[in-house]
Structure formats: structure tokens, C-alpha cells
Design a protein around this ligand. Structure first.
Ligand code: C5P
Length: 401
């Protein structure tokens, strides 16, 4: 039922899997969606516009304007009309153009101006699919928040067998249906998230910081907002910007500023996600002039403990509030994570380990294990942080219901 009344813009690019898009369009229509189709010029060689116009019950758009009467096909209004833009099949060529902002046909200009979520189903031969350039472009699109409907393994039009087949029509339709089902599961909830590092001032030009990029916290903020939550993102200094309009960012610098903002906003929050890498110590004195290098001898800075935001919020947790923390451990990981979960009165803790490859501070991927407060363990595979955010938010939704 989640597709009923939804406006789905389908973008078809020039690959042999285009013949399967007819089935996707028919299924979307059967489920009550309104469908408009935009084709790349090459796609017309693989499936006729007449077929897709008949199934979608709308004229097919290919050119920037109608050559017969000069009528303008506005990519901007297509992007505004759509609740979702599905690009299937997405060839290596179109994926490369989307990742690099090239807009030489109506399908691509519509992509660049789309305000709605975009779903991309790659389809190509196995060697093209495996090429680092293509993989990098797919990852670029994924990290920008596009939903990638992964290609499948199997028989390819070239006669070869391997990964590159477009996902089956039923899989694509299920993917969209599931997306619309899950988009509303946090409606009416307020989520506060702390993210990024803190900077503890030593003097006007120096600070104590850490390597946190904020990517995990920002991915969580986008995921919660896209599922209907009102999000307060208390963020340390990072180079990221929130995208979803339901995210209100409060920018802070020090652990004390983060503490103040978190305390103020926690009162009305239904869910609190403490994802920030908060400094444990701060200089006792912030010197108001640049400290000069001494000619000889060592220098030392007195450090005092900062306030533990998670622990304070845990103490004042109200009935019905859900609290999620993070643990980054280098040794005794599981014992420390479970212990931290109890000490800070969290409902569950997300453990990530520096021992895993590709799960470093600045990485786009992460591999986590969730521990519930009763110690139940939920391990996950290595995934892009946007996908990890989905797993964590799914766990939150489960706990709330
Ligand atoms: O630093 P630690 O390993 O104790 O961090 C575990 C959890 O506590 C994380 O969720 C982190 O965001 C939170 N934390 C906090 N305030 C601090 C230190 C940690 O909220 N001062």
C-alpha cells in the first residue's frame, strides 16, 4: 500500500536491462503509483517509448523540448513532481556522469535538480561493474545519499556470468515499497544527536582535538530525518553540512558547549544518540595569548576532566526516552562496551573497533556490533556509514515499538 498515490519518476538509460523496466513500471502502476518516464537518447534503442508510454499512461520524455511544438520539458518541475526518482537500468556511463555532475540529457538534468530521494539500479557487464572507476562512482553516489539497488550476480547478456545484472523488477519494486513504508516510522519523534569531535582550546591558535569526521553522526541525522523525525544535531567542528530540512544543527566547539546544548535539548527528546567523540580532558587554563616556545626544557599543560554528556543524560533519563551511545575501544572491546552501556544508563551501545580494516575515523565505511543493555549481541557486516545508520535506526525503531 505504501506506493499508492506516490509519484515515481523512472529514468531509463541505454543498457540491455532496459527491457525489464516495462515490468517495473507495470508493477508500480498496479500498486497505485503515478509514473512518468524519462529516457536517455540511447535507451530508445533498447525499448520503445511507445511501450513505456502505454504502461505508464504518460508521454515519454527524452528531449529538453518537444521538437514539434517547441514545448519545454522542465527538469525542475519533474524533480519537484517526483516523490522518488528511480534510475534503472543505470549504465556505467550515466553513473559516471551523475557522480561528476554532467548534465547532457534530460534524465541527467532531472537527476541534478531532483529534490526527492533517488534510487539507482546499476546494470552492466561484470568487468565494467568491477572496474575501480565504476565502483568509485557508485560509492560517490551512495555517500551523497542516493539509494543504490545493488546489481545481482548471474547470467549476463554478454554470455558471461558474474555480478552486474540489474536487480530483478520485483526486488526494485520491493526496495521502493520498503523505503516508503519505513519513511514514516519516526514521525512525531524528536531525536537529538551529538556528532563530531570537540576542540579544547589551549591558547588562541591551538587546541586539543581528535580525528572524528562526524560522518557517522551526520548519516544518523539524515536517516532519522528521512524517516520523519525532527532532528537536533549538536555538532562539533566538522566539514559536513546537513542536507535534510528536518535537521536543525547547533554548532559547538568545546565539550562544555556540547554539554550545554545537549542538556538544553534533551528535555524534549524522545531519542538521544550520543555519537560525538568528546574530549575527556580540557586545559585547566585557556591562555589568552599565543604561548611562546621556550628556549629549553619541556612544557606541560594541566588538564582537568570534562563532563560526561552521556552519563549526565543517562542520570536524568525520563521514562520512555531511549538513549544510544557509541564505544570505540582498542582492547577488551566487548567487556568495556557492555560496561559503558550500564554505567551511562544507555538502552544500547554501538561498538566499533579500530582493529577492523576500513573502520577508521575518517572512513566512509564502518563495521559495528550493537549490545543491548541486557548484553544481547547484534553483529553487522562492514558497510557504508549510510547503511550502518539504517541498521542503527532500525534497532531504535524496534526498541521504541
Ligand atoms: O569516551 P567514551 O568511550 O566514554 O564514550 C562513550 C560514549 O559516551 C559515546 O557515546 C560518547 O559520545 C559519550 N560521551 C559523552 N561525553 C563525554 C564522553 C563520552 O557523551 N564527555
Amino acid at each position: 500500500m505504501s506506493l499508492a498515490g506516490k509519484h515515481i519518476l523512472v529514468g531509463v538509460t541505454g543498457g540491455i536491462a532496459a527491457y525489464k523496466i516495462a515490468i517495473v513500471i507495470r508493477e508500480l502502476k498496479k500498486k497505485g503509483a503515478e509514473v512518468k518516464v524519462v529516457m536517455s537518447p540511447m535507451a530508445k534503442q533498447f525499448i520503445t517509448p511507445l511501450t513505456l508510454a502505454t504502461l505508464s499512461q504518460n508521454p515519454i520524455l527524452v528531449d529538453f523540448f518537444n521538437p514539434e511544438n517547441g514545448e519545454w520539458n522542465s527538469h525542475v518541475s519533474l524533480g519537484i513532481w517526483a516523490d522518488a526518482y528511480l534510475i534503472a537500468p543505470a549504465t556505467a556511463n550515466s553513473i559516471g556522469k551523475m557522480a561528476n555532475g554532467i548534465a547532457d540529457n534530460l534524465l541527467l538534468t532531472s537527476y541534478l535538480s531532483a529534490k526527492c530521494p533517488v534510487f539507482i539500479a546499476p546494470a552492466m557487464d561484470l568487468d565494467m561493474y568491477a572496474h575501480p572507476a565504476v565502483q568509485q562512482n557508485i560509492e560517490t553516489l551512495r555517500t551523497r545519499g542516493n539509494h543504490i539497488i545493488d546489481a545481482e550476480d548471474g547470467f549476463l547478456a554478454s554470455g558471461l556470468v558474474g555480478k552486474g545484472r540489474m536487480a530483478e523488477p520485483a526486488t526494485i519494486v520491493d526496495f521502493l515499497e520498503h523505503y516508503f513504508e519505513s519513511t514514516n516510522d519516526l514521525v512525531g519523534k524528536k531525536v537529538m544527536i551529538t556528532a563530531g569531535p570537540t576542540y579544547e582550546k589551549i591558547d588562541p591558535v591551538r587546541f586539543i582535538g581528535n580525528y572524528s569526521s562526524g560522518k557517522m553522526g551526520y548519516a544518523l541525522a539524515e536517516e532519522c530525518a528521512s524517516r520523519g523525525a525532527e532532528v537536533i544535531l549538536v555538532s562539533g567542528p566538522v566539514s559536513l553540512k546537513p542536507i535534510h530540512p528536518n535537521i536543525k544543527r547547533i554548532s559547538v566547539e568545546s565539550a562544555q558547549e556540547m554539554f550545554d546544548a545537549a542538556m538544553e535539548n534533551s528535555l524534549t527528546a524522545d531519542v538521544e544518540i550520543l555519537c560525538a567523540a568528546v574530549a575527556d580532558y580540557t586545559p585547566a587554563v585557556k591562555v589568552d595569548h599565543k604561548i611562546k616556545r621556550e628556549k629549553t626544557g619541556a612544557m606541560s599543560i594541566d588538564l582537568i576532566p570534562t563532563k560526561d554528556i552521556a552519563a549526565h543524560l543517562g542520570q536524568q533519563k525520563k521514562k520512555g526516552q531511549l538513549m544510544v551511545g557509541f564505544a570505540l575501544e582498542t582492547d577488551n572491546e566487548e567487556v568495556n562496551a557492555v560496561d559503558k552501556c550500564a554505567r551511562k544508563n544507555l538502552d544500547f551501545i554501538v561498538m566499533n573497533s579500530l582493529k577492523n580494516k576500513n573502520t577508521c575515523f575518517q572512513c566512509d565505511t564502518n563495521m559495528v556490533t550493537i549490545f543491548d543493555k541486557d548484553g544481547t549481541k547484534h553483529p553487522y557486516d562492514l558497510k557504508p556509514k549510510t547503511e550502518v545508520a539504517k541498521d542503527i535506526v532500525n534497532h531504535i525503531v524496534e526498541k521504541l515499538s
